[in-house]
Design a binder for this molecule. Sequence first.
Ligand SMILES: [Mg+2]
Length: 222
Amino acid sequence: MECILFDLDNTLYPSRCDLFGLIDQRINSYMHEVVGIPLEQVDILRRQYWQAYGVTMQGLMRHHQVDPEDYLHYVHDVDVASRLQAEPDLRQALVSLPQSKVVFTNSSRAHTDRVLGTLGISDLFDQVFDIRVADYVPKPYLQPYHRVLEQLGLTGSQCIMVEDSVANLKPAKDLGMTTILVGNATPGSFVDRQLAEVVELPAALADWGSTGASLQRGIAPQ
Ligand SMILES: [Mg+2]
């Protein structure tokens, strides 16, 4: 494998840090205070847009003429350092991986830079692909995966994708990537391996290398 694509939020840091809770509040206040959607409609619309388009922003762009750059700036304007801190174990784990490492996120570049900086791992990533990579079309739509592979000059089979979202791993597997689910979501058949946290990745890959690619969801072949 030549490259590991890491999702950012709830993957490079665990969901219990609840940084996303802060972004969640900013999305609600953007919809109410900036777009003018009545409070009682906010949750309903968020759910509808999320189901229909994968991210709330697409619904706001399509139905409320929201400027995506304005939205991205506003919703990611959160105090990252109040929820995250430097993680030497994470850094050590990432340093030990010989593959090229990139971030592939539905968030923004500025948010990614703040998160990586706070975790103390900015220098370990060769590239960041954010929601702009396919003109704001998010994972799990196929377009951003194709764009990322094009820009990397790699095929899916040369990549490992690490994600907390099960849905986002399906297109990765369809494109031939090795898929690693982080966290405790219920995996689909297209998930090759599940880890509680991303710091377990080097050990999992080493184990995998010694037991063969048929290793599925942590069950070693007989
Ligand atoms: Mg995520």
